[in-house]
Design a binder for this molecule. Structure first.
Ligand SMILES: [Zn+2]
Length: 853
């Protein structure tokens, strides 16, 4: 099927008047579209979905006026506009009147509701048009290359805020109790960036960045949570104006928190929408992770105002460039704003998550051909954002930051107000750097997967070789090779040697002045590849861990885990390796180790769990005792977060009674005096209370979720509900995922968490099998897709067969290769389980004897 619209008719300008009825959850629209008809047409084809079109007419400057009729094509989400005579080439004005429904699916023009402090329900109308849902708000040429100017008027009841992409220029009463708010013309932009928000919302005072006022909007009563997000916005806007060398393309910038929101945020030009947790936060009570989330998302969206909004991909295959670039810029900006957060080190966690998907046979290239809109939805994944940002960072480091920025400026200046392709960015970067960018980049962008670089001593130097990394056996004759800029650091007799080499064939010999005592590849950690050290080299390297940077230690732990999952390293060998990290001080490295323990926890039989718990206690105890329970003078924010993480790991995966008791005591004090607990420790306490909690704690947490004072508090108590282990409480939480008590933006993630826990996964799986159709109806598509990731934790041969049979017999379309990826990840885990069963059994029984009490 060809989903693309004909290009014979091109919109130049939309004058849109929309009147939402929040009570009835409907809206009425009237639009006039200035068109250029390039060659005579019998019919005009544009996108429309779930809209009723009441009237169509077209006229030109010569006074020709034709009434038309409409043939809707719901399958294609299009409307054919038919006229009694052909429409000649030239300029025309098309007028349409239409009505639609404010839906509950969090896309198109939709309805979000919230209860105020008195329990009274309120409604907000908001939009989410990316990727292809502007057509649910108004009939339009809903493809990114059809850029046009938008002149918007919203007719709203008095007392309600009305927000769109630009500043309001006029407001006039239309009838008693209603007013028409007209907004300034937008720049030429794509339909997916148009936004309307109507409701009882309040705004902060604007902060000025040059001539741009920047405000945060939220539901009444939450304005005191807006400051941090606003400061992040102000910093980002200034930072990007400097980086891009172009002024902000809008006339104001509103950051708007919407109570129901499917994604994290949406970069509508001048009217960025967010889910509340990504914008509103109480600095005093938030954890580091919660603050970082707000800074990240705000910076990401502001980066898009240029990269995405001012210059836009020509079609959805280019979405990766939008998202990868915004992610890369988000990290640059946050790193500049809060250097102490070490944002590029923390990014290692995200890079590793992308590598976990990209090591599958069912991965995909970053950029691929997109035909159906559904395929484009599936592009919003780890490969687009995290792998994309990783390879851009790799390129930036390779070219030098200034040269790279020069190329980006050239690209934006050349294509502003227009559309561009990946090759246009390569061209600009090539012009700025005088280097052959496509030759370096094409292997990373247009081909799937990444390399495993093996390293072994050869003479006095080293031999490097590459092949594709795969978790499951692939085609062994596969000849895919990458051009890999490799940074390495070796310890030789006289000191440290640093080298930068390019591995572009099968093998490369790197001479050294003397044999290396130890060597670290991917020095600095910017490369998107994994490293396998020959065993003696690995042994010596892990003996030198304190001499490595945190991101390098992170990569050693993460790459070895992947090798174990792929069967190249034994599971027990990996668990031995974790003993080398007992003095580890970096929270990201600990995140890998904890992730590894959790992975093994999912594959072992129940009777081995106490052995794993003993092992975890042994590995974590030193670090946990060093961190203690109270903040120490001079420590950084990352240390505070590590403290919370270690307490949680000790208590849950380690099942340590002393830590649990102390956590319960401390939580009891928190009930009396909230200042008694450091914000980074509190989330751990809540999680711990849940794992050992009964009905009383459950009722308390449910109440705290419902009456939460901040979006973060709400999330903590909500996800804590997934941590209760008693079957009756698990059942209750599952029920709440479909009975409307939990917002549909959150419920799918709650389901995913329950599928992922060894205590609730069996019940959760049965529940999902029974209710997946209701879930598909209730949940936003993107979140529903991610919910299914939970099946990767159903690790047993029987479950895996059941899961496969389920997907084979039900029609569950998640777009792209999402289902295949989840099934493959499950298969990787099941094979790991089958391969390692005997060895792990002996190892964990021994661990229980050695480390248990
Ligand atoms: Zn984005």
């Amino acid at each position: 099927m060809d989903y693309r619209l004909p290009t014979t008719v091109v919109p130049m300008r939309y004058d849109l008047r929309l009147e939402p009825d929040l009570e009835a959850a409907t809206f009425a629209g009237d639009e006039t579209i200035a068109l250029i008809v390039k060659e005579p047409v019998q019919a005009i084809v544009l996108n429309a979905a779930e809209l009723q079109i009441q009237s169509v007419s077209i006229e030109n400057a010569e006074g020709l006026h034709l009434q038309g009729s409409v043939a809707l094509e719901p399958e294609m989400e299009r409307a054919q506009l038919l006229f009694p005579a052909p429409i000649a080439a030239g300029e025309w004005r098309l007028r349409l009147r239409f009505t639609g429904v404010l839906n509950d699916r969090l896309h198109g023009f939709y309805r979000s509701t919230y209860k105020d402090a008195a329990g009274v329900s309120h409604t907000i109308a908001a939009t989410q048009f990316e990727s292809t849902d502007a057509r649910r708000g108004f009939p339009c040429w809903d493809e990114p290359a059809f850029k046009a100017v938008f002149g918007v008027t919203l007719v709203v009841p008095e007392g309600l805020a009305a927000i769109s992409n630009t500043a309001p220029i006029q407001a006039s009463p239309v009838e008693p109790g209603r007013r028409a708010v007209t907004f300034a013309d937008t720049i030429r932009m794509s339909t997916y960036l148009v936004a309307f928000v109507v409701g009882e919302l309040e705004a902060t005072e604007p902060m000025m960045v040059g001539s741009t006022p920047l405000r945060v909007w939220c539901v009444p009563g939450k304005k005191h949570l807006a400051r941090f997000g606003q400061l992040a916005g102000v910093f980002s806007l200034e930072f990007f104006e400097g980086y891009y060398g172009l002024p902000y393309p809008g006339d104001k910038l509103d950051l708007i928190a919407i109570p129901d929101f499917a994604a994290g945020a949406m970069e509508n030009l001048g009217a960025v929408t967010f889910r509340e947790t990504a914008l509103l936060v109480d600095e005093a009570s938030a954890s580091h992770a919660e603050l970082q989330r707000v800074a990240d998302v705000v910076a990401h969206e502001v980066a898009h105002m240029w990269f995405g909004d001012l210059v836009t991909m020509a079609w959805w295959n280019g979405i990766w460039l939008n998202e990868a670039f915004a992610t890369f810029m988000e990290l640059l900006a946050v790193d500049a704003w809060k250097p102490e957060w070490q944002r590029w080190v923390t990014f290692g966690v995200s890079r590793a998550a992308a590598m976990a998907v990209d090591g599958l046979g069912n991965t995909r290239p970053i950029e691929f051909e997109v035909r159906a809109p559904r395929d484009c939805e599936a592009m919003f994944d780890l490969l687009t954002y995290e792998k994309g940002a990783s390879v851009l960072r790799m390129l930036e480091q390779h070219l030098g930051a200034d040269v790279f920025r020069g190329g980006v400026r050239l690209y934006l200046d050349r294509h502003k107000y227009g559309n561009a392709e990946t090759t246009d960015l390569w061209k600009a970067l090539g012009d700025a750097s005088r280097q052959p960018i496509p030759e370096i980049m094409d292997g990373w962008i247009f081909r799937p997967g990444y390399a495993l670089v093996s390293v072994q001593p050869e003479g006095k130097g080293l031999k490097l070789s590459q092949r594709r990394f795969r978790y499951l056996d692939g085609d062994t004759t596969e000849a895919q090779r990458w051009r890999i800029p490799i940074a390495l650091r070796a310890s030789v007799k006289r000191g440290l040697v640093e080298k930068h080499v390019l591995l572009d064939g099968d093998e490369l010999t790197v001479p050294l002045p003397a044999p290396a005592d130890w060597v670290i590849l991917n020095a600095g950690g910017h490369g998107f590849y994994r490293v396998r050290y020959e065993p003696p080299l690995l042994k010596r390297l892990t003996g030198a861990l304190p001499r490595l940077a945190p991101i390098e230690r992170f990569d050693v732990a993460s790459d070895c885990l992947a090798l174990a999952q792929a069967g190249t390293m034994g599971a027990t060998e990996y668990l031995d390796l974790t003993a080398r990290f007992v003095d580890e001080t970096d929270r990201n490295v600990w995140a890998v180790l904890t992730g590894a323990f959790a992975y093994i926890n999912r594959i072992i039989a129940d009777d081995l769990r106490s052995g794993l718990e003993a092992l975890v206690r042994h590995r974590v105890r030193l670090a946990a005792e060093r961190m203690g329970w109270e903040p120490q003078p001079g420590e950084g924010e990352l240390d505070r977060q590590l403290r919370g993480d270690l307490i949680r790991t000790m208590s849950t995966l380690g099942n340590d009674p002393a830590t649990q008791t102390r956590a319960r005591t401390l939580y009891a004090r928190y009930r009396e005096d909230e200042s008694a607990v450091e914000p980074n420790v509190l989330p751990a306490l809540i999680a711990i209370m849940a794992t050992s909690g009964g009905e009383e704690e459950y009722a308390e947490f449910l109440q705290r979720f419902k009456s939460a004072r901040t979006p973060q508090e709400e999330q903590r108590y909500l996800y804590a509900l997934a941590g209760f282990r008693q079957p009756e409480l698990i059942r209750q939480t599952l029920e709440r995922t479909i009975n409307g008590e939990v917002r549909s933006q959150d419920a799918p993630f709650l389901v995913r968490a329950m599928l992922g826990s060894v205590y609730s996964r069996a019940m959760a799986w049965e529940f999902v099998k029974e209710h997946y159709e209701a879930m598909a109806r209730q949940y936003p598509g993107s979140a529903y897709r991610r919910m299914w990731e939970g099946i990767t934790a159903l690790v047993s041969r029987e479950w895996a067969q059941d899961v496969r049979a389920f997907f084979a017999s039900r029609h569950i379309v998640l777009g792209g290769r999402t289902v295949e990826q989840y099934l493959e990840q499950l298969e990787v885990a099941v094979r790991f389980q089958e391969r390692e069963r005997t060895a792990l059994q002996a190892y964990l029984i021994q661990a229980r004897r050695q480390f248990g009490k």
